[in-house]
Design a protein around this ligand. Sequence first.
Ligand SMILES: Nc1nc2c(ncn2[C@@H]2O[C@H](COP(=O)(O)OP(=O)(O)OP(=O)(O)O)[C@@H](O)[C@H]2O)c(=O)[nH]1
Ligand SMILES: [Mg+2]
Length: 201
Amino acid sequence: MILLVFVGFLGSGKTTLILDLARQLAADGRRSCIIVNEVGEIGIDQQVLAESGMPVRELVAGCICCQITVDLITTLQEVAAAFAPDIVLVEASGVAAPPAILEALSYYPGERFAAVHTVAVVDPTRFEALHEVLQPLIESQIAAADRIVITKIDEAGVAQVAETERTVRRLNTGAPVDQVSPGHSLELSALLPGAYPKRGR
Ligand SMILES: Nc1nc2c(ncn2[C@@H]2O[C@H](COP(=O)(O)OP(=O)(O)OP(=O)(O)O)[C@@H](O)[C@H]2O)c(=O)[nH]1
Ligand SMILES: [Mg+2]
């Protein structure tokens, strides 16, 4: 079971990104599971998924939406037992940072995860303002992430995106940085090149 954990401040675009990746996974016949905070929100998005042309049957088989209100470990145990997913996409609460999540995951009693990747989701339209007032939180989310995704590049100005990218690269010199917008998805094969080889079809 591969875990992809998405952190990022409130409204940064985590759910949007997760659903986009879930669509790619479902289209590719992968067994995936989404763990999010707000089930109501996903309810609407399920409709969007169904309307995207994907058979609803495949949606049900390929993408299961669960609630994380109880506790991450319990939820992971439940989805592992019920669905044996290949990949679990976890949306962390807006104020969580990777170290705390990895600490929580260390208590998972089941089979070891094949991989755990943390992705920091950054909204360039609000980055500078948030960074100023919430510096420790924002910096800990970025510094400890394996990958950084800058969202809303359709909405942000070019200079805003460039400035955000400069700052996140300074805060985390090792992680790849991607830019996404509704028309420009993050590819799973880029996110998990080893575990998710691009299949020729
Ligand atoms: N223009 C634009 N809007 C986006 C993009 N990604 C997300 N949004 C919008 O930004 C808002 C917040 O997106 P969500 O995906 O719900 O963000 P989130 O991080 O899951 O939010 P919380 O769960 O509330 O913390 C929604 O209105 C999205 O439609 C993007 O790439 N471009
Ligand atoms: Mg969300």
